[in-house]
Design a protein around this ligand. Sequence first.
Ligand code: SF4
Length: 322
Amino acid sequence: MSDLERIPDWMQPDTTPPLAGVDLRAWAAEFRDVYTVAEALCKTPFVPQAMYGKPADVAGAIMKGRELGLDPLDALGCVYVVHGRVGYYAEFLRRRIIQAGHSLRIVESTDSRAVIEATRKGENEPKRASFTAEQARRAGIDLGKYPADKLIARATSRLCRQVFPDVLSGSLIVEDLEDLERILCVMERDYGAEFRSGFIAENPAKLRRIHRYFSAVCGRGSYPPVRCNVTDFSAVIGADGQVNPCFFIPGPRASHAGDDLGAVLNTESMLRLRESITQGARPECARCVCSMWRAPESRGAGNFLLRNPSAGTTSGSASPAT
Ligand code: SF4
């Protein structure tokens, strides 16, 4: 065995007591077994080219796959390791979404654009994600000889992160949580004056809420309670002119800012939609990451979307989509 292939010291038998909640000895023993298998497997055609000759990567992929209920060879076709992070092939992502009872379909697939649509189990409104060759070019992504396949893969990955973070047990997000915790601690320690002056618009408690939300996504605790009256004082206009009650709930069809905005905000369908949000009938609100509550006493007249009975128009503000 060469130095490069030597089992690292931290994999040798461990004599330290187990961490609370983690049977480290059992985990290390299992990893040693997996590593032995990986040493043999990594030189066979069963492993993807990028893992060829890399037993640690192969072992990591097998262990990760095991958490997801995959057998070792299946894991090698579904899980990859890049720059020390675990990722998943798009085909596997689609399979997991469907296995979890959600529905998914490819709406459009060309060499210049892919659009994927999925609907969460128990919900009616599909969500879409797209990825274009132009976006790939700007991000420096080489689409290779099969651009349509790569665009579908990117759109799938985007959709999965946005709509189905739970499907992957949050394995990527857990790492991000630890980063976010560190960043929040530094911000609270070093930027008190900026929080107080409003230079940092959101307060620490609200930033902590984001951490709590994604902790819940990862199965670590409950979702923070949602309190939102954003549709009382704001609306969102998309780049295509579509008027929506907030960033996450699409407005009725034919709600276009090119028309009279006041009238658009007061169509029967828009009023009904806002009422259903106020009544808590929208599933999007139940786990919203970005709910917004403004106490009525802190709002000025211009903060309200008020129906003007005489003119049938609305006063107030609308937030452009970013
Ligand atoms: S809770 Fe979220 S989804 Fe619901 S209205 Fe507020 S911002 Fe929109």
